[in-house]
Unconditional design. Structure first.
Length: 258
């Protein structure tokens, strides 16, 4: 049917579903009227970037008010920012798995309550590239963990739950085909490695702590490259797992700036 699924039987027993961190709710807001026509959701770490992206989409789609400021739908919350441009929703998710996971739980429920159909969700932003040209865009086929495995592990109560992290292959190929019209950004499909930390977790030598040598770092990054990893960031496994579980057509496109 193309509807967004929620895998939680408890929601049907709730009189009201409050999306705490988005400052929205099923009783306080008419979610189908506000969001029922959304077809694309783009998420990224920074609120300012997502505001700029919404303004860009207004111009590209020729919408009324293009060039003007856009309203933050989540202005009552200080966690995330949300903007819309026609059928496109633009939302910030912060940094790291806990932050994007919280946002995605509430976003997926929002799309479900709004009765949205055939939604495509794309994560945009920056990442650290691995063995690729600066300025490249990596389209993720599979998100992997720090052991290069396609999985998202989460402790739920006292159980370790493992979920798949494969993303939509057809969407990846479609985005790659679109990129051929943009000469300024070399684009490729590859694995994205997700870590829990920006410094030691990604092999950086300039954090407050560093428990490894530069030689060990290089050996690890060579193994990552040989395993198909082309960029490193901190959200992709949770993003891929949640999208896959809830029937969302999802993809991640990350820009390697240096």
């Amino acid at each position: 049917s193309g509807l967004v699924h929620v895998k939680n039987p408890h929601l049907d027993l709730m009189e009201e579903d409050i999306l705490y961190h988005l400052d929205l709710g099923t009783k306080t807001h008419n979610l189908p009227a506000m969001f029922g026509d959304i077809k694309f959701v783009c998420v990224g770490g920074s609120p300012n970037r997502m505001r700029a992206f919404a303004q860009f989409m207004q111009r590209e789609l020729g919408l009324a008010g293009a060039g003007e400021d856009v309203a933050d739908i989540c202005a009552g919350s200080d966690r995330y920012a949300m903007y819309r441009a026609g059928p496109v929703l633009s939302i910030s998710h912060g940094v790291g798995i806990p932050s994007i996971s919280t946002m995605l739980h509430e976003l997926i429920k929002l799309l479900h309550h709004a009765k949205c159909r055939d939604v495509t969700i794309i994560r945009i932003g920056t990442s650290g590239g691995l063995g690729i040209e600066a300025g490249s865009v990596v389209i993720t086929d599979t998100a992997v963990d720090s052991s290069f495995q396609p999985r998202f592990e989460q402790v739920v109560l006292d159980d370790v739950v493992v979920r798949s992290t494969e993303l939509d292959k057809d969407l990846a190929e479609e985005l790659l085909a679109c990129s051929r019209d943009i000469a300024d950004f070399p684009t490729l499909i590859g694995h994205t490695m997700c870590t829990y930390d920006f410094y030691e977790g990604q092999g950086r030598l300039d954090g407050a702590l560093c428990s490894f040598s530069s030689e060990k770092k290089l050996e690890y990054l060579r193994r990552a490259y040989d395993a198909g990893v082309r960029n490193i960031e901190m959200e992709s496994t949770a993003f891929a797992a949640l999208c896959g579980m809830c029937g969302l057509k999802g993809e991640s496109c990350r820009f390697h700036s240096s």
